[in-house]
Design a protein around this ligand. Structure first.
Ligand SMILES: Cc1cc2nc3c(=O)[nH]c(=O)nc-3n(C[C@H](O)[C@H](O)[C@H](O)COP(=O)(O)OP(=O)(O)OC[C@H]3O[C@@H](n4cnc5c(N)ncnc54)[C@H](O)[C@@H]3O)c2cc1C
Length: 395
C-alpha cells in the first residue's frame, strides 16, 4: 500500500486535533504539511458532540483561568478567525454564567477560590442567599448559603459547531483529513517515524500528535508511551418541564448535579465519585437510567419545584477523556520520544480549552516553546515525577 510523507500527523480530528491543525496551518512561519487522521468523519461517538459545551472562567488555577480567558477572546472573534468563503461560523455562545451552589461547610473553600479568581481578573462574584433569592427566585436555597456566579464570558456553546468550524478552516488552509484509523506507530529509537492506517496506508511523519480523545491512552501505547488517559462514561438527560426559566445559568449543585437550559428543554447530568467511576470499554454507550432517577432528578426537584414534574425527552452517554493521574490536560512532547506530542486528558473540559491548546501545540511544534501562555504545568513528565496539577473545579 502507498506511503505518503507529512511534516505533522495528527491522530484524531476532533475538536482538539482540528484546533491544532487550524492554528498550525494558520501560522505564516509554518510551511509544512499536515495530515489529520479521523476514524469517524460523522463524529458519532466522539466526546465533543456528546458534551454540554460549557465554557467557564471559574477554575481554581491561574493556568486554567488564563486558558478560559483566551477562550473568551477567541470566541468573540470566531466569525472572523474561522471564516471560510464568506461563511462565518457561529457557535451560539449563551453567556448565562455558571452558578456553583455551596453549603455553609463549603464557604471557606469557595472564598479561597474566589480570591484566586479575583487575582486573575476572572469576572466572578460571590452571592449570599439573599442576593441569590432576588436573582434566581425559582431556586430553593434550603441548605445553601453561598453561590459563585460568573458574570461575563461564561455559559455554553454548541460544541459540534466549534469542532466543525476548526475542521473546515484547517482544511481550507491546507490540512489533509484522512478518513481512516491509526492502528500503529513506528519508532526508531527516541523518534516516531510513521503512522499505520487501518486501510493499509502508511504515513511517514516528522512529528506525530496524539489528539485521540478518550482513546489517547491506546494511541500512546502504539508508540510505547504510557499515558494514563482512559474513557469514563457520563450519562446525559434532556428533560421537558413545559416552560422555560429566563436567565437560568448552568447550575452546579453542591451534590455535583448540574443542569442548564437547552432550547425549550434542560440538559442535566452528574459525575460519579472517583471510587464509583469504573473502567469502561470505549464502545460502551449504554445509558444509566437509574442514575437519573436516583441521583439527578431528586436534586433538581428539590432545588426547583418546576422540575418535580418532567418528561425525559432524550438521553445519551458520552466519554470523558479522563486523565487518571490528576484530571487535567497533558500538553506537549514526550520527554524521551521527542517528536511525539500530546494534547490529551482534558477530563471533561476539553471543548473550552481547545483554542488555547491548539495555539499552544502550534507554538511548541514550530518554535519549541510556549510563546503566549506558558502551559508547561501540563507537561507529560509531571506524571513520572508524581507532580499532580491540582485543579479543584473539575465537574
Ligand atoms: C457528557 C459530557 C459533557 C462534557 N461537557 C463539557 C463541557 O461542558 N465543557 C467542556 O469544555 N468539555 C466538556 N466535555 C469534555 C469534552 O467533550 C472533551 O474534553 C473534548 O471533546 C475532547 O476533545 P478531543 O478532540 O480530545 O476528543 P474527541 O472529541 O473525542 O475527539 C477525538 C477524535 O479522535 C478520533 N480518534 C480516536 N482514536 C483514533 C485513531 N486511532 N485514529 C483516528 N482517529 C481517532 C475519534 O474518532 C474522535 O473523533 C464533556 C464530555 C462529555 C462526555
Amino acid at each position: 500500500m502507498t506511503s505518503k510523507a507529512f511534516d505533522v500527523v495528527v491522530i484524531g480530528g476532533g475538536v482538539i486535533g482540528s484546533a491544532i491543525a487550524y492554528f498550525l496551518s494558520n501560522r505564516p512561519d509554518f510551511t509544512g504539511s499536515i495530515a489529520v487522521i479521523e476514524r469517524d468523519q460523522t463524529y458519532e461517538y466522539a466526546s465533543a458532540p456528546r458534551s454540554l459545551g460549557g465554557v467557564r472562567q471559574q477554575f481554581t488555577t491561574p493556568e486554567n483561568i488564563k486558558i478560559s480567558q483566551y477562550t473568551a477572546e477567541f470566541l468573540a472573534e470566531i466569525g472572523d478567525l474561522l471564516e471560510v468563503d464568506g461563511d462565518r461560523p457561529d457557535v451560539g455562545f449563551k453567556k448565562q454564567g455558571y452558578l456553583f451552589l455551596g453549603t455553609p461547610g463549603m464557604e471557606d473553600g469557595m472564598r479561597r477560590i474566589h480570591d484566586i479568581q479575583n487575582r486573575e481578573n476572572a469576572p466572578v462574584t460571590l452571592l449570599d442567599a439573599d442576593a441569590m433569592a432576588v436573582k434566581f427566585p425559582w431556586l430553593n436555597l434550603e441548605g445553601i448559603s453561598l453561590g459563585s456566579f460568573g458574570t461575563a464570558n461564561e455559559g455554553w456553546i454548541d460544541p459540534f459547531a466549534l469542532l466543525q468550524a476548526f475542521r473546515r478552516k484547517a482544511r481550507a488552509l491546507g490540512a489533509t483529513y484522512f478518513d481512516d484509523e491509526a492502528v500503529g506507530i513506528d519508532r526508531d529509537g527516541n523518534k516516531v517515524t510513521a503512522v499505520h492506517l487501518k486501510g493499509g496506508e502508511t504515513l511517514s511523519a516528522g512529528i506525530v500528535v496524539n489528539a485521540a480523545g478518550y482513546r489517547g491512552g491506546k494511541v500512546a501505547a502504539m508508540a510505547g508511551a504510557d499515558l494514563p488517559v482512559r474513557p469514563r462514561k457520563r450519562s446525559v438527560f434532556v428533560v421537558d418541564i413545559k416552560e422555560q426559566i429566563p436567565g437560568h445559568p448552568l447550575l452546579i449543585d453542591h451534590t455535583g448535579v448540574y443542569w442548564r437550559p437547552e432550547g425549550q428543554y434542560f440538559v442535566c447530568g452528574k459525575s460519579p465519585d472517583e471510587d464509583n467511576d469504573p473502567e469502561v470499554e470505549d464502545d460502551d454507550f449504554e445509558v444509566d437510567h437509574a442514575w437519573f432517577e436516583n441521583e439527578i432528578w431528586p436534586v433538581m426537584a428539590e432545588r426547583c419545584s418546576k422540575f418535580e414534574a418532567l418528561k425525559v425527552v432524550n438521553f445519551w452517554a458520552g466519554m470523558y477523556d479522563m486523565n487518571l493521574f490528576d484530571h487535567n490536560a497533558v500538553i506537549g512532547p514526550h520527554p524521551e520520544i521527542t517528536n511525539l506530542f500530546f494534547a490529551n486528558g482534558f477530563s471533561g473540559h476539553g471543548i473550552q480549552q481547545s483554542p488555547a491548546v491548539g495555539r499552544a501545540l502550534s507554538e511548541l511544534i514550530v518554535t519549541g516553546k510556549f510563546e503566549t501562555l506558558d502551559l508547561s504545568a501540563f507537561r507529560f513528565d509531571r506524571i513520572a515525577a508524581g507532580e499532580k496539577f491540582l485543579e479543584e473545579a473539575v465537574v
